[in-house]
Write a protein that binds this ligand. Structure first.
Ligand SMILES: C[S@@+](CC[C@H](N)C(=O)[O-])C[C@H]1O[C@@H](n2cnc3c(N)ncnc32)[C@H](O)[C@@H]1O
Length: 155
């Protein structure tokens, strides 16, 4: 006789959880440029969500050749792109649609001779792929997604 399943076990357990799932709630604001503008206005210092380059470096070395063209999608005002080009990546394109974030990147990098020219930044909505019609990327970094992957690899 099959062992009796404990409460919460078995195929239906996940489904029961989904049924009670009320949706993303506050996360809905994350699609809104104004939300990010006000966050960046309140927090102008460079801030890396999720992992920083130090933690990601090993993974990047496995999959991202340094001479490839890399898109950092929804880059924010963190240090990832800068740290990558300082470590020898030759073409890192940083894209974010928040105007406040873009102003902060301009302030930090425009005319700054200390930042390698391998680092470029654009204000662009990642949902509008027209920007990419004239050039292609070898890799796209979605750091939020990598965060989930790393948690599953190392936990
Ligand atoms: C959680 S933050 C992550 C920032 C950065 N990738 C990091 O890991 O530190 C999400 C970023 O995505 C940007 N973003 C949200 N929707 C976007 C869109 N449609 N196109 C481009 N960037 C977007 C926001 O402005 C914000 O900077």
């Amino acid at each position: 006789m099959a062992p009796k399943k404990k409460k919460g076990e078995g195929k239906k357990a996940g489904r029961r959880k989904e049924k009670g799932f009320k949706g993303p709630g506050k996360i809905l604001a994350y699609h809104d440029e104004e939300y990010w503008n006000s966050r960046y206005a309140n927090q102008p210092e460079p801030f890396d969500w999720y992992q920083s380059y130090k933690e990601l470096k090993g993974l990047f070395e496995m999959y991202l050749p340094k001479d490839n063209k890399i898109l950092n999608a929804g880059c924010g005002n963190g240090m990832l792109g800068e740290d990558m080009v300082r470590d020898g990546y030759l073409d890192v394109v940083n894209v974010d649609n928040s105007s406040t974030c873009f102003d902060q990147l301009n302030l930090r990098y425009k005319g700054n001779k200390d930042i390698p020219s391998a680092f470029t930044w654009f204000r662009q909505d990642m949902k509008d792929l027209k920007m990419f019609k004239d050039f292609s990327m070898d890799h796209v970094i979605d750091k939020g997604f990598l965060d989930s992957i790393l948690v599953s690899i190392f936990s």
